[in-house]
Design a protein around this ligand. Structure first.
Ligand code: FE2
Ligand code: ZN
Length: 368
């Protein structure tokens, strides 16, 4: 097992050494499918900088996706097929660092590699200080040179927020650095060189999809082909949909928010008991509007506004026409990943709130 060492106390970045032979497959792929296209007019433009670029590359049956780092002449060229991902993944596996990474992140079963990149450029005239991940991402970016850097090439500058003086990490073949959340860093400024500066980069970390919201800020737009924490390819996996439905359902409890502009003369109604067989429908004396997934309801009887969020809007739409509670329940169960009992309890509580506020009419269904 490879051991990781912090590059500096209190800094969320680690380094380790590895056998440079492990770079072999990537060196060949770089030489056969990327180096030849760098002479094309499109790539010459990218190397100049001053504009941002995003486009797909296919050369020698290898698929990549190029994203410039803003307008900097620094191109992140990511795997854009299972094939190319597989090459970076074999490199990741061969580094044998997963067990060590497990000590640094919250994970369930395994460390997931999200994406692999060649990072290329031949000069940089502005520093671009940034953090790779917001706090709590539970992920790292690995950086290692594919070839020894030219002595004029820029290395990595980093600092703790509190620290004013930047420190320097020097890239070396057979040595890699892992940059984690919260670490401020930039590539050093360097003059135009005839040699292209090539780094290999891998993003990896937690296999828990709950961190995707933080992770996607950084890695969501960096590449087209990407493996999500759950281990499935982005845009083909259903886990995220399920997760967002579960998360949304958890919000059902406080789904009705009362406005502070309540008219005190209009007290809330005494609620009728709602059961599975109760028929419910939106009250007539209200108007409602959809607001980016939430619903705003104005009760015309007491001029009170209500905001409904989470699963509330879905329920509100379902009861435009009279529906029995069990019909609503069945609809929700088919759309959300939620236990029946839990769903029923929340649904009844929500409908009782609506009823108490006079926003729905309820009647007992005649069971036929
Ligand atoms: Fe970075
Ligand atoms: Zn998935």
């Amino acid at each position: 097992m490879t051991t990781l060492q912090r590059i500096q106390p209190e800094v969320n970045a680690y380094q380790f050494s590895f056998d440079e032979k492990l770079l072999g497959e990537m060196r060949e792929a770089y030489a056969s499918s990327l180096l030849p296209i760098f002479k094309s007019s499109r790539l010459i433009e990218c190397f100049k900088g001053g504009k941002s670029f995003r486009f797909e590359i296919e050369e020698n049956k290898q698929k990549y996706f190029l994203v410039s780092y803003g307008e900097a002449p620094l191109m992140w060229i990511s795997n854009n097929s299972l094939d190319a991902y597989g090459m970076f993944e074999r490199f990741f596996d061969s580094l044998n660092i997963k067990e060590e990474v497990k000590k640094l992140v919250d994970f369930d079963k395994e460390i997931t590699m999200y994406c692999g990149f060649f990072v290329v450029g031949n000069h940089l005239d502005k520093e671009a200080w940034h953090v790779d991940y917001s706090n709590g991402a539970n992920a790292y970016t690995l950086l290692t040179p594919l070839f020894e850097l030219d002595k004029r090439h820029g290395h990595l500058l980093y600092r703790n927020e509190e620290e004013s003086e930047p420190r320097r990490y020097a890239y070396k073949v057979g040595k890699a650095v892992l940059v984690g959340d919260h670490l401020l860093h930039t590539t050093e400024i360097y003059p135009e060189t005839s040699e292209i500066r090539v780094l290999v980069s891998l993003t990896f970390g937690t296999d828990k999809l709950q961190y995707w919201d933080i992770l996607k800020e950084t890695i969501g737009g960096q590449s087209k082909y990407m493996v999500l924490p759950c281990g499935h390819v982005k845009d083909t996996c259903e886990c995220l949909n399920k997760l967002s439905k579960t998360n949304r359902f958890k919000k059902l409890r406080p789904a009705v928010k009362l406005s502070p502009f309540r008219n005190p003369k209009e007290g809330p109604k005494t609620p009728m008991t709602i059961t599975r067989n109760t028929l419910v429908v939106q009250a007539k004396e209200q108007v409602s509007a959809d607001l980016q997934g939430d619903v705003a309801i104005l009760n015309l009887k007491n001029s009170v506004y209500y905001g409904v969020d989470a699963v509330g809007p879905r329920i509100w739409h379902l009861i435009r026409e009279p529906k029995s509670v069990s019909e609503i329940l069945d609809a929700l169960l088919s759309e959300y990943e939620v236990e029946r009992e839990c769903c029923e309890k929340d649904l009844l509580a929500f409908l009782e709130k609506l009823s108490k506020e006079g926003l729905i009419e309820i009647r007992d269904e005649k069971v036929s």
